[in-house]
Design a protein around this ligand. Structure first.
Ligand code: AVJ
Length: 383
């Protein structure tokens, strides 16, 4: 339940600030954005007219929740078939936060299977409380949160017990309420059950033993904050927790195209109301608060740039004047126009996503796009 690093949070903030600000060029890591104030500002960003990412991804869940689950459980099955599954399954989520978008998928999951385990993983315990409240609104959903940083801490993904097996008639019998997916079910079905090769479960489901599986969610374009190398290692690490038949749903923001201009993307990181500027500057306010640093917030300005070579938005804080800042007895000199690089948000082509997933040991099976091809939810199986 705790992070693996013994250092206190403030010590981690100090280490990050000193190493980033004494480097050339100066950087600060995006995790520093998310203190209490920063988390509030990020929530406000997701509601901005310019910030299309959250709203677009939510719409994809609203439209395709059933399609996503069908494709996960029965790859290639036609969407016209009535869809029920007797197999208990887990939905795990890296960086779940408050899990507002995930609610749409969880609601669909509990409609087709009374035995769903939801495992949100997040570094913020308070965010996980909100995720846990989903359990209250969705009967039959078992929530097992884990406080962990999925980049640096160990985490576990649990398969529900394979023995648990309802009668395949879906959730109408109500036996799922409060049922623990990890516990064996009282109803078992013989190996001659209809869950075979011809039924609505599709041709791939030939094993007479129900298989409890994991669908891992890594959504919200969180992957975009990491360099290609780090993104690969996060996905490879996730892959090592999964078995054949499990799958990953990756949510990623897409590169500029004929459907989507660079200026649309830039506006999402430089909104008219200045909320993103406040979010970016809050990183300096945080260093003042937590480390007693003396940044003059009026002497820095928010900058968002499109880096075409790297296919990423970069956020910087630019020093308007030559100045010296003090942190924990250290002098940090700034030249006029010098910047601190605070965040990269990578944007992906479908090909880049396929490449990234394939290198990490996943096989993309289906991608869900919004009509403007701004955002992608890619379902990838493990083989
Ligand atoms: C939370 C990483 C997906 O990169 O779009 C929003 C963070 N930064 N506005 C993103 C963010 C500036 C966001 N992610």
């Amino acid at each position: 339940m705790t992070t693996a690093t013994p250092v206190s949070l403030n010590e981690a903030v100090l280490n990050e600030a000193l190493s980033g600000l004494t480097a050339t060029p100066k950087t600060l890591s995006p995790w520093l954005f998310y203190d209490e104030r920063g988390s509030q500002l990020f929530e406000a960003i997701t509601e901005l007219p310019e910030y299309y990412l959250t709203r677009t991804e939510r719409a994809l869940f609203a439209t395709h929740a059933d399609d996503i689950l069908r494709e996960f459980l029965t790859p290639g099955a036609p969407s016209t078939q009535v869809f029920r599954t007797p197999d208990p399954f887990t939905i795990a989520e890296l960086g779940a936060g408050t899990a507002t978008k995930t609610g749409l998928l969880l609601a669909a999951a509990t409609r087709l299977q009374p035995n769903v385990l939801y495992q949100p993983i997040d570094v913020s315990a308070s965010a996980l409380e909100a995720a846990e409240n989903l359990a209250a609104t969705l009967p039959g959903l078992n929530v097992q949160p884990q406080v962990a940083n999925y980049v640096t801490d160990p985490y576990t993904l649990r398969h529900p017990a394979n023995a648990a097996h309802s009668n395949g008639n879906g959730n109408s019998n109500g036996n799922g309420n409060g049922h623990h997916p990890g516990a064996p079910s009282s109803t078992t079905v013989s190996s001659s059950s209809k869950v075979g090769s011809k039924g609505p479960m599709g041709p791939t489901h030939t094993d007479p033993t129900p298989r409890a599986r994991i669908l891992a969610l890594y959504i919200g374009s969180s992957i975009g904050n990491f360099s290609p190398e780090d993104a690969s290692s996060i996905l490879r690490r996730l892959r090592s927790h999964l078995q054949p038949g499990d799958a990953l749903l990756l949510g990623a923001d897409l590169s500029p195209s004929s459907h989507k201009s660079v200026s649309t993307i830039l506006a999402a990181y430089d909104d008219a109301a200045g909320v993103t500027a406040a979010f970016n500057l809050n990183i300096l306010a945080r260093l003042n608060r937590d480390l007693d640093a003396d940044f003059n917030l009026d002497a820095f300005i928010h900058r968002a740039r499109w880096n075409a070579n790297e296919s990423r938005i970069e956020m910087h804080l630019e020093s308007l004047i030559p100045q010296t800042v003090h942190i924990a007895g250290q002098r940090i000199p700034f030249a006029q126009f010098e910047t601190i690089h605070t965040e990269s948000s990578y944007k992906f082509t479908d090909e880049a996503l396929t490449h990234l997933l394939t290198r990490a040991g996943f096989t993309p099976t289906r991608t869900f796009h919004d009509p403007t091809r701004s955002f992608a939810l890619t379902l990838a199986h493990t083989l």
